[in-house]
Design a protein around this ligand. Sequence first.
Ligand SMILES: Nc1ncnc2c1ncn2[C@@H]1O[C@H](COP(=O)(O)OP(=O)(O)OP(=O)(O)O)[C@@H](O)[C@H]1O
Ligand SMILES: [Mg+2]
Length: 263
Amino acid sequence: MLELKNISVSFRSENQEKWFRTTRTQVLSDISFQLKKGDCLGILGESGSGKSTIGRVISGLLKPDSGQVFLDGVSIYDSREGRKMLQSRMSVVFQDYTTSANPRFRVRDILMEGISAWERKSGERLERCKESERLLNQVGLSGDFADRFPHELSGGQLQRVCIARAVASRPEIILLDEPISSLDAHTQVQIMDLLTELKKLLGLTYIFITHELTSVTYFCDQVLFLYQGTGVEHIAVSRIREAKHPYAVQLLSSVIELEGDKS
Ligand SMILES: Nc1ncnc2c1ncn2[C@@H]1O[C@H](COP(=O)(O)OP(=O)(O)OP(=O)(O)O)[C@@H](O)[C@H]1O
Ligand SMILES: [Mg+2]
C-alpha cells in the first residue's frame, strides 16, 4: 500500500568554523520500506534520529532530496494528483495535542476540521452535531465534551479528541508521531488500546513513531529501527529478539535487563 524507496533528506546548516559557508547535514539516508494494508509499523529511534522528518516526508509535507514515496503505486511527489490522493487517504496525529488543537476552538469545531474534510471528498452532507457525538463516543468520550475548550480537558481526553478528528475524515492510513509520549503510563496504555480498537473497527493502517521500545512491542506488528538517519533494521515484532544491529540489540538488552530486575 505504502512504499518508501531510497529516501534521503538533508538540511542546510551554517558552518561557523568555515567562515559561514553553508554546508548540508544529512538527516535521512537511503530509507526504504513497504507497508501492507492493515499493518502497524513502528518507527523507533532516539531523539534527533530523524523520525519526525520521515513522518513529514510520508505525509507529503517535505519533498525528499532523492527517493520516492508511493501510495498504491502512485508517486506522491511527482504530481498534484498524487499529493491530493495522499491527503484524502491519510490523517496525522501529533505528540503535542495542545498545539495541534486550536485553543480558541471548542471540541465541536476541532472535530469539524475532520468532518468537513470528509464532506469535501465524499460530497456527502452530514448532520454535524450527530456526527461529532458519534465520533466522541467512538473515542470513549460522551457527546457533551463537544462544548468544551481544550484547556477544559485532560491530556488524555484532548488526545482522544485529536484522534477523533483524525478518523473523522475517514482515512485509510494514520501517521502517529509520538501520540502517547506526553501522557502518563496508564493513559498511554488506554490510548494504545483505543487505537488498536479503532484499527480493527475501521480497517486502518498505522505508522507509529516513537522512542519507546515497550510501546512498539505492545502495539506494532513490525518495527524499523532508525539510527542517525539510517534504517538499520526492519523486523517483525514477533521476531524482535532476532534483531542483529548493535543499536537494536542494545535497546532490546536494556528492556530485558529491566524485565530481569522485576523477578
Ligand atoms: N527544518 C529543519 N531544518 C534544519 N534541520 C532540521 C529541520 N528539521 C529537522 N532538522 C534536524 O534533523 C534532525 C532530525 O530531526 P527530527 O525532528 O526528525 O528528529 P526526531 O527523531 O523526530 O527527534 P525527537 O524524538 O526529539 O522528536 C535533527 O538534528 C534536527 O535538528
Ligand atoms: Mg520528533
